[in-house]
Design a binder for this molecule. Structure first.
Ligand SMILES: [Zn+2]
Length: 218
């Protein structure tokens, strides 16, 4: 079974939202080895919760929404479908998504040309409000995208709000460049932090046998 690590590596010069320097993770070595090699190292990292690959909780955009520790593992450790949207320019709309087969309870990972760009791109491909509305209508369980945000240039944050208010899990910052479209089993584990609106996560995908994938087709 091939394992795909679809997480970003967290480091001090990584891509961050709008290239805002204040969002860069800060690594501080608080204690280190002596010159003779004795002792030990201890590092402290200061991390924005939306750094790299991360999971958003309803509390991100809903004042009384639930925090990340309430997002059950059953919603994050499960089958997923990677959709090839690499031909889409600018934004993913309802029309783009209508080409694909999926339905209630499915978890979709949207693979776009973002997966082939490493620095933060101000014009990244995002999920536009009609695309989000369509996913709500189809009652999907979750959606992931290969950009640091699922929303861009929509002043009312319509995409986040529609998804989060319908308890649809959002994963952002995926790296799907090596992953062909198809069905996989996902393990997405946000850090178990209390009361926060999002948390960085290690996300991996396992290939599933051909017949298992076919069985999921409707
Ligand atoms: Zn986020």
């Amino acid at each position: 079974v091939r394992i795909y690590d679809v997480s970003m590596t967290i480091h001090p010069r990584m891509a961050v939202w709008k290239r805002n320097q204040e969002r860069l993770p800060v690594f501080t070595i608080e204690r280190d080895f002596d010159v003779d090699g004795t002792g030990s190292r201890q590092t402290r990292v200061s991390l924005d919760m939306h750094t790299g690959t991360h999971v958003d909780a309803p509390l991100h955009f809903l004042a009384h929404g639930s925090p990340i520790e309430n997002t059950g593992l059953d919603k994050l450790v499960r089958p997923v479908r990677v959709l090839d949207l690499t031909n889409v320019e600018d934004k993913i709309t309802r029309l783009d998504l209508e080409n694909f087969r999926f339905g209630a309870g499915d978890f979709l990972l949207l693979k776009t040309k973002n997966s082939y760009v490493d620095e933060f791109d101000f014009e990244f491909v995002y999920l536009e409000r009609t695309g989000a509305a369509y996913l709500v209508e189809r009652e999907i369980a979750g959606v992931g995208i290969d950009a640091l945000g699922i929303d861009r240039s929509q002043a009312d944050h319509a995409t986040h709000k529609q998804l989060l208010s319908n308890e649809i899990v959002i994963i952002e910052g995926l790296r799907l460049g090596d992953v062909p479209a198809g069905d996989y089993f996902m393990v997405a584990l946000p850090l178990k932090l209390q009361g926060v609106e999002a948390a960085p996560a290690r996300v991996i995908l396992f290939g599933v046998p051909e017949n298992e994938g076919a069985a999921q087709e409707r």
